[in-house]
Design a protein around this ligand. Structure first.
Ligand code: GLN
Length: 485
């Protein structure tokens, strides 16, 4: 195996034993990038020179015995997290030249943990999408089949891990943007509880739903990343001051006696039969491991997509009002007055999907419609959250498919926004309820595309997700495949 194919914990061992250097690891990642990135396009910006420099510095630290959890580990960042002095685009023309004056808290934390940054990854513009096709920088391709999408909006971060163009990466999840691409690329992705990871320095899409989380090659790496990312941040008003456990302690524990809720509303018509078959097989593995599957109901599930597509665009229309050509990024040239400058900047700077969301959101918030749409959606959201509160009285975790289908073809859904929105049918409820979720691989279709399943738990119970995901990973003994590329 090449170094770039290994996990964080495998590399940590090798670094500690003096078997490999940070420079060797970083070089192996960049030689992989040289070989495949042109076909995959998961990065908007590569930071090779900085990375090699950081790697030789890491090697000095290693020699001194100063080894932190991510010392020498190449990490990729979704281009939605601000990096001080480094262009941060959010996949948009309007921010194509935006240089943040500060770094996101997660970046500060990763840096303090020793991470080496490979680059900034591609994404749907302002994280609005499920396929990474709305990026101003062009689409990312699924490493398992270059004709297909990698999922979205964090498609670049998922692909970078799946294609071994980094060891782990950071994404953001507003309605499924970590879990759905993780499923479609055959890797692990976690959306933590709302408030668990600081959003300071995350470019806002829908502030009551956004959360940052990791993409990794296995569940243990997810625990390692969560140990670094989680925790209270005084700079972020929605970050919660609750104790953070050592997530690694949940690795390798069994799930004997656990009740796993199977919600009937998530096994509906229209799911790809190969996805259903893979989940059924996974259920058998979980039962053999001592878990007991119980039928549960989440009665308001049918309203999730509609509720999300009021709340998320409404918050987006308000958040994106700040891009006026004055304070950030693009400013239209050759304009006569201020109003024309605003209009032309926004017309030229935003893509079609972002404009669609701004229009939907502005409409939903406008005088006379607010009660009918936004207020109503907020009330339904409370019911959706209550469904989960009730369900967790009878089960420890919930199991669902992550996505109704495996990766679809590039261009297949671009002309049909509603079909695109339905890709998130199983992931959106999590964000509306503010609970944590994880997607892990559970097999392949006959055509060789990865399939993912999702576990959900109560607020701040990421540890349970890691425990069951790790137990499944161990018991399933799924064959380790890598994309051919
Ligand atoms: N695909 C969903 C959307 O388009 C979710 C995106 C996300 O989680 N950022 O809004």
């Amino acid at each position: 195996m090449e170094l770039n194919q290994l996990t964080i914990h495998e590399l940590q061992e090798k670094i500690k034993n003096g078997e490999v250097s940070a420079l060797q690891i970083t070089e192996s990642v960049f030689s992989r990038i040289d070989a495949v990135e042109e076909r995959v396009h998961c990065y908007i910006r590569l930071m090779k020179e900085e990375a090699l420099h950081a790697a030789s510095k890491a090697d000095d630290d290693i020699k001194k015995g100063d080894i932190k959890p991510l010392t020498g580990i190449p990490i990729a960042l979704k281009d939605i997290v601000c990096t001080k002095g480094i262009v941060t685009t959010c996949g948009s023309h309007i921010l194509h030249n935006f240089v943040p004056p500060y770094s996101a808290t997660v970046v500060e934390k990763l840096t303090a943990a020793g991470a080496i940054y490979v680059g900034k990854t591609n994404m749907d513009e302002f994280a609005m999408g499920s396929s990474t096709e709305t990026s101003w920088f062009g689409p990312t391709r699924n490493p398992w089949d270059l004709e297909r999408i990698p999922g979205g909006s964090s498609g670049g971060s998922a692909t970078a891990v799946a294609a071994d163009e980094c060891i782990a990466s950071i994404g953001s999840d507003t309605g499924g943007s970590i879990r759905q691409p993780a499923a479609l690329c055959g890797i692990v992705g976690m959306k933590p509880t709302y408030g668990r990871v600081s959003r300071f320095g995350l470019i806002a899409f829908a502030s009551s739903l956004d959360q940052i989380g990791p993409f990794t090659k296995d569940v243990e790496d997810c625990a390692i990343m969560m140990n670094i990312l989680a925790g209270y941040d005084p700079k972020e008003s929605t970050s919660v001051n609750a104790e953070v456990p050592d997530y690694r302690q949940f690795i390798g524990r069994d799930i004997k006696g656990w009740k796993i809720g199977i919600p009937k509303e998530y096994f509906i018509e229209g799911i790809d039969p190969e996805v259903t078959a893979a989940i059924k097989k996974a259920i058998t593995v979980i039962e053999q491991g001592g878990g007991q599957c119980v039928n549960i109901t989440l009665p308001h599930t049918q309203y999730c997509v509609a509720t999300y597509y009021i709340i998320a665009p409404a918050e987006a229309s308000s958040n994106l009002a700040r891009y006026d050509g004055v304070r950030y990024g693009l400013r239209a040239a050759d304009v006569r007055d201020l109003l024309e400058m605003y209009r032309t900047t926004r017309m030229e700077g935003f893509g079609a999907e972002v404009k669609r969301r701004i229009m939907i959101g502005t409409y939903a918030l406008s005088a006379g419609y607010y009660d009918a749409y936004y207020k109503k959606a907020s009330q339904v959201r409370a019911l959706i959250k209550r469904d989960f509160d009730e369900a967790f009285k009878t089960c420890d975790v919930i199991l669902t498919p992550t996505s109704p289908t495996p990766a679809f073809k590039i261009g297949e859904k671009t002309d049909d926004p509603l079909q695109m929105y339905l890709s998130d049918i199983f992931t959106i409820s999590t964000n509306l309820a503010g609970i944590p979720g994880i997607s892990i691989p559970c097999g392949f279709t006959s055509g060789g595309l990865p399939i993912g399943m999702q576990f959900l738990a109560g607020h701040f119970e990421e540890g349970k997700l890691i425990q069951i995901a790790s137990a499944y990973e161990k018991n399933a003994k799924n064959e380790k495949r890598r994309p051919a590329l």
